[in-house]
Design a binder for this molecule. Structure first.
Ligand SMILES: NC(=O)c1ccc[n+]([C@@H]2O[C@H](COP(=O)([O-])OP(=O)(O)OC[C@H]3O[C@@H](n4cnc5c(N)ncnc54)[C@H](OP(=O)(O)O)[C@@H]3O)[C@@H](O)[C@H]2O)c1
Length: 332
């Protein structure tokens, strides 16, 4: 195993703002503390949440801040207190905001790290962990989706969206996808959305009424946020679950709780980390996720792999609504 250098390349922000605040810098390689391992990152996932920390929508725990919340790579060192993950183990992990992954190395709590099975590549692992756990735990726990239910996924050709439509189809739900172009709708259909709606050109509420024969949607998965929330309340079925989980178009403004009484709506605003906070749950859901990938039930679509120094381009691209599937950063 190669010697561990004293410095590494990382992408950090010293203040919030547009993509121009991303800086590619040489910084010290972190030293693993009690309970931590040092991972040589191969690929880091780009997630929409990274843009929220960059823009200031979500507050940074400190500056400078290394961006990125997930990566796959190899354990290269461990604190003496860690016995489970030896050097050379291929791993994937989600980190908290304090340990960014747009970097060649990261010191991560061993409790958050999962070994990658043979048959799953580093790329696939980095591309599927955060968005895949989000989609899978939201289907299983937040929505408790049952076969035959009407479901709707906004931004169905995006990172989380493409995984949601495939997984919903695999559990037997009826899947409607919305997406911002004809091409994206086509991709969502190929991946399991039986019905699609072009969100830039069609009347989503009217189309849903038509598609569901007036029933409405039993479980809505909405990562778009501000732009779609009002329509969600109109097209949700009686006793439906509205899972609002993102802010791609901006944060949903505060609402009157009385609105939910009109259809006995269950409104949730879940965060993936809450479903995998216990080690047992992390292992269970990650192993189910890897099984979905290994068995070919879900395909992990990678939009592009960006060099570390081009992280700003990755942010511009994901914010431009032009990407589909997952964006990765090559940390080498
Ligand atoms: N709560 C959680 O734990 C959790 C975990 C993971 C992700 N998320 C959230 O899930 C959402 C999707 O994340 P992702 O990483 O998979 O991103 P993504 O879906 O690949 O990209 C965002 C998509 O949102 C749609 N969109 C609609 N209006 C937009 C606007 N004004 N600006 C930009 N995009 C807009 C676009 O698709 P169309 O053009 O097709 O509309 C765009 O491609 C994000 O809101 C993210 O924060 C939440």
């Amino acid at each position: 195993m190669a010697a561990i250098p004293s410095t590494m390349n990382a992408v950090q922000i010293a203040r919030t703002g547009g993509v121009e605040v991303l800086e590619h810098k040489a910084v010290p390689v972190p030293v693993p503390g009690p309970g931590q391992v040092l991972v040589r990152n191969r690929f880091a996932g780009v997630n929409f949440i990274d843009t929220y920390f960059r823009s200031g929508l979500y507050p940074s725990p400190h500056f400078p801040l290394t961006l990125g919340r997930e990566a796959a790579g190899e354990v290269v060192a461990a604190h003496a207190s860690v016995t489970r993950l030896g050097p050379g183990t291929r791993v994937v992990y989600m980190s908290g905001p304090a340990a960014g992954t747009y970097a060649q190395y990261a010191a991560v709590d061993a409790a958050a790290v999962v070994a990658v099975p043979d048959g799953i590549s580093d790329r696939q692992a980095a591309a599927v962990l955060l968005q895949g756990l989000t989609a899978w735990t939201f289907i299983r726990e937040a929505g408790n989706v049952q076969p035959g239910q009407w479901t709707l996924v906004h931004a169905a050709a995006g990172g989380v969206g493409l995984l949601l439509v495939q997984m919903l189809r695999s559990v037997g739900a009826k899947v409607i996808g919305t997406a911002g172009s004809k091409e994206k709708c086509g991709l969502a259909r190929t991946n399991g959305a039986e019905w699609t709606i072009d969100s830039r050109n069609d009347d989503i509420v009217a189309r849903v009424k038509e598609i569901t024969g007036g029933h409405g949607v039993d479980v809505i998965f909405d990562g778009v946020g501000k732009a779609t929330f009002d329509a969600d309340l109109q097209m949700i079925a009686m006793k439906g679950h509205l899972i609002s989980f993102g802010n791609a178009s901006g944060a949903v403004p505060p609402i009157s709780i009385l609105l939910l009484g009109q259809k006995n709506v269950k409104l949730m605003r879940p965060v993936v980390n809450g479903y995998v906070a216990e080690r047992e749950d992390l292992e269970k859901y990650t192993s189910e996720l890897f099984e979905l990938v290994a068995s070919g039930k879900i395909n992990v679509a990678i939009h592009d792999v960006y060099p570390l120094r081009d992280a700003a381009r990755a942010h511009s691209d994901i914010e431009s609504r032009k990407t589909t599937g997952k964006l990765l950063i090559n940390c080498d």
